[in-house]
Design a protein around this ligand. Structure first.
Ligand SMILES: Cc1ncc(COP(=O)(O)O)c(C=O)c1O
Length: 280
């Protein structure tokens, strides 16, 4: 994280410089929304869709709308300077200064934009299931809030077991998503993925895979899947803004082709469509 760039409410600041109030509601109670987008050649991918999802999260939290012009100003600021070949752009909007409890006070939102170059993701990786669940009935279900501690714990467990990612079920025992990715399985030659009603995030990559596969005549079914579909799926892949379409090489130690033939086709569909423009 040597070259992390940070912009807070109008100014670039040093990564280690205090720039957000200690009583910011994002800090005290995780009252905020964020987005992570891929950067390639100093350009963010699918920024309009990320801004739209940020709006949904902010509205779901009951906060006033985020200032897109401010965020775009921050994006320009962090992407100026030394070019970033590949990396991560993150923008965060919090409730601003608040009391120490869950109540809100009338306050300006805090807008934060960061960018960091890093290595491209691996070509594939293993995943494990974890015993914790996504609550598809939670007030924050489907929102990308800054309260990510559940994901931090689950991912730490996966990493401890030598895996790349952790897969979670929801309270009904259905396959839901991973800590920072959506999940797809191939069963009987058909690509399947949990519906948004499973409580998963409406991933931008997931959404584009659905749209682009439909456009190319490759069937993808959104359906509730029992968690144990993972014990019989022929192929599994994850999707996320950083990993794109990411083949899974093993689930809980059961080896899988990575990529299998169907996943390879989805990767091809992805690559062809993604090459057409940076803001699909
Ligand atoms: C919980 C969760 N699910 C899914 C995703 C994938 O979403 P996207 O494709 O928009 O990156 C993310 C992304 O960070 C996530 O945090």
């Amino acid at each position: 994280m040597s070259d992390i760039r940070v912009w807070v409410d109008g100014a670039l600041v040093g990564a280690d410089t205090p720039a957000v109030s200690a009583v910011d509601h994002g800090v005290t109670v995780g009252d905020g929304a964020f987005e992570t987008a891929k950067i390639e050649h100093s350009t963010p991918f699918a920024i309009t869709r990320h801004l739209r999802r940020l709006d949904r999260t902010v509205a779901g939290l009951g906060l006033p709308p985020a200032d897109h012009a401010r965020i775009r100003e921050g994006v320009e600021a962090v992407l100026g300077g030394k070019p970033i070949g590949f990396g991560r752009l993150r923008f965060t909007v919090t409730g601003g200064r608040g009391p120490l409890g869950s109540d809100r006070q009338d306050s300006d939102l805090t807008h934060i934009v960061t960018a960091v170059p890093h290595a491209r993701p691996d070509a594939h990786g293993a995943v494990v299931t974890v015993p914790w669940v996504r609550n598809e009935r939670a007030a924050t279900a489907g929102l990308k809030t800054t309260s990510y501690a559940d994901n931090v714990i689950a991912l730490a467990r996966a990493k401890h077991q030598g895996a790349h990612e952790a897969l979670l079920a929801n309270t009904r025992g259905e396959l839901c998503e991973a800590t920072g990715s959506n999940v797809f399985v191939v069963v009987d030659g058909v690509v399947r993925t949990p519906p948004l009603a499973s409580g998963c995030l409406a991933g931008i990559t997931r959404e584009l895979v659905l749209e682009w596969c439909a456009a190319d005549g490759l069937e993808v079914v959104e359906e509730a899947l029992p968690l144990d579909v993972l014990t019989r799926a022929d192929e599994v892949f994850l999707t996320s803004s950083i990993k794109d379409v990411f083949p899974v090489s093993a689930v809980d130690g059961r080896a899988l082709p990575a990529p299998g033939p169907v996943s390879a086709r989805v990767q091809q569909v992805w690559a062809e469509h993604a090459a057409l423009g940076v803001d699909p």
